[in-house]
Design a protein around this ligand. Structure first.
Ligand code: SF4
Length: 334
């Protein structure tokens, strides 16, 4: 009999790692699927997949996900997390990948009662119904609290070897992880930025101010200080070396295509990115350069040189201290 195949929705965390291992140990071929959000990081999902010895597919959640957050059918959790809509969206993608890979079912690390919004019994039923995946989703950690799924009724998976965990404590999972010698997963407690109160405030305000944002602008939201300039363009200034690297990396393609402007201080100081509908004129570039100088180290002289890069062209602007202060357009992240 041909080996059965499952798609595992993986986050790199303990629960999805354990769920994957339990199904692998039943002789099922598992392909990991990581859905990358513009607001999240890959954690160590690649390392986890390597540790488990499985193939990993990484699929971008895309702009449709951003629009879903703006207007979720089932509303938000405590912050701007639209968990029910998010799971429905993820299950749709997982089902598409399942068909592409010729797989038979989908597994997740969900635990009944663990998360208040999406892991309640009624919410799980809605998610399965609206994503049209009823019977296809096997949740190995809580399987014994759920009705048998296709994988169990077809005899591909032995239901007796599945678990009956429920609730918020991770102690059972940690015991299993230890006994199965699982490594590389991210320790429980981290999380999705959409559940963060500061980031939620920033994203709500961003949605109010930007009707048609680009994906680069959305990705830049995770970092830096944000300012609106007088022509309506938007400036992001990195707060430390790590943020500077992210700004440079995220905007690289758009800067090369002439869609954005990158500022590098000539000496030490923050990196910044300017985005807007119009090509910035000299006055706007100067306005931006002054703001950047505000966050740069003061030199022995009373001026700061800022380099401006757009496409292949780089120019330099000299601004004088003390530069003008301006209120930040979006709430600061802590
Ligand atoms: S916590 Fe974030 S990633 Fe998880 S379901 Fe909610 S919105 Fe989606």
């Amino acid at each position: 009999m041909a080996k059965r195949k499952a798609i595992s929705l993986m986050s790199g965390g303990l629960d999805s790692t354990l769920a994957t291992k339990i199904i692998l140990d039943q002789g099922i071929e598992v392909i990991g699927l990581f859905l990358e959000s513009p607001f999240g990081c890959k954690e160590n999902v690649e390392e986890v997949a390597k540790h488990l010895g499985i193939k990993l597919r990484i699929v971008d959640k895309g702009m449709a996900f951003v629009e879903l957050i703006r207007n979720p059918k089932y509303g938000y959790g405590k912050n701007i997390n639209p968990c029910i809509d998010c799971r429905i969206y993820m299950f749709h993608i997982a089902q598409r990948v399942m068909e592409e890979e010729g797989a038979d079912f989908i597994i997740t690390g969900e635990v009944l009662g663990q998360r208040p919004m999406s892991q309640r019994r009624d919410a799980m039923d809605i998610i399965d119904r609206d994503s049209e995946t009823e019977g296809l989703i096997l949740r190995p950690l809580s399987a014994k609290h759920n009705l048998p799924t296709l994988a169990e009724t077809s005899g591909w998976v032995d239901r007796e070897k599945l678990l009956d965990i429920q609730g918020r404590s991770r102690s059972e999972q940690l015991k299993w992880a230890q006994s199965l010698e699982l490594k590389a997963y991210t320790a429980p407690g981290g999380g999705c930025l959409l559940t963060d109160v500061n980031f939620s405030a920033r994203l709500h305000q961003f949605f109010e101010q930007h009707e048609n944002p680009t994906m680069t602008e959305v990705r830049l939201l995770r970092y830096g200080r944000h300012f609106d300039l007088s022509d309506g363009s938007h400036l992001v200034i990195g707060r430390n070396a790590e943020e500077n690297d992210h700004l440079q990396k995220i905007s690289k393609e758009d800067v090369a295509k002439d869609n954005m402007t990158l500022f590098r201080p000539y000496f030490s100081g923050p990196m910044a990115v300017l985005s807007g509908k119009n090509t910035p004129d000299a006055a706007i570039l100067e306005e931006a350069a002054k703001l950047i100088a505000n966050y740069a180290k003061k030199n022995l002289v009373d001026t700061q040189v800022i380099e401006v890069k757009r496409g292949e062209t780089a120019t330099r602007i000299t601004v004088r201290f003390p530069p003008a202060a301006q209120t930040e357009a979006l709430p600061v992240l802590h």
